[in-house]
Design a protein around this ligand. Structure first.
Ligand SMILES: [Zn+2]
Length: 185
């Protein structure tokens, strides 16, 4: 056997020096030869046939089930892990946590995704409005419970300045219409 690929002439470096390349091809070319659509189909058919044989064999099947259960027990996910994973992968990422229940309810009623999104968006707006109204009502109730003096005190605390009422001096002619007109003329 040659020590270069017969397709591309690349030097063949064996992982084990005591072995000689059987194909006389580098890995790339060996794979190219090995994996044709036909050889892939052949392998897939062989795997399917093996699985079918195993399924038909009760002893082999029982062994497979037992090994699966062992794997699940020793390396499988806990229900918490599964829940976390499915939450991360959830297709309901668009829906806020608080509305997931409503979404499920609507889904049970066979309402489509687009319509559910619309309905939940409306519900969210409604809830936001409700919260705002409740906050306003609470603020009104709080202020109503205050004495006028307390209310005034709070206004000052919040930065209102004491403004003296503006009272024009009647006697000043420049404040009267006649005075202004007279000044222009
Ligand atoms: Zn090659």
């Amino acid at each position: 056997m040659t020590d270069t690929c017969r397709e591309c002439g690349r030097k063949l470096t064996a992982a084990r020096p005591d072995r000689v390349s059987k194909t006389g091809l580098c890995v790339d070319h060996a794979n190219k030869v090995k994996w044709t659509p036909e050889s892939r189909a052949k392998l897939a058919a062989a795997v399917r046939a093996r699985h079918a044989r195993e399924r038909a064999d009760p002893v082999k099947m029982a062994a497979k089930v037992a090994s699966g259960q062992r794997l699940q027990r020793d390396h499988g996910s806990t229900p918490e892990m599964v829940a976390k994973q499915s939450a991360g992968r959830s297709r309901t990422f668009w829906c806020p946590e608080a509305y997931r229940g409503l979404n499920r309810e609507l889904k049970r009623k066979q309402i489509g995704l687009a319509e559910r999104k619309q309905m939940i968006a409306t519900e969210m707006l409604r809830d936001a409005h409700r919260r705002e109204m409740a906050a306003l009502a609470a603020e009104r109730a709080r202020r109503n419970a205050m004495s006028p003096f307390e209310r005034q005190e709070e206004r000052l605390r919040n930065g209102a300045s004491v403004v003296t009422k503006f009272t024009p001096r009647r006697a000043d002619p420049s404040y009267t219409l006649g005075g202004v007109v007279g000044a222009i003329a």
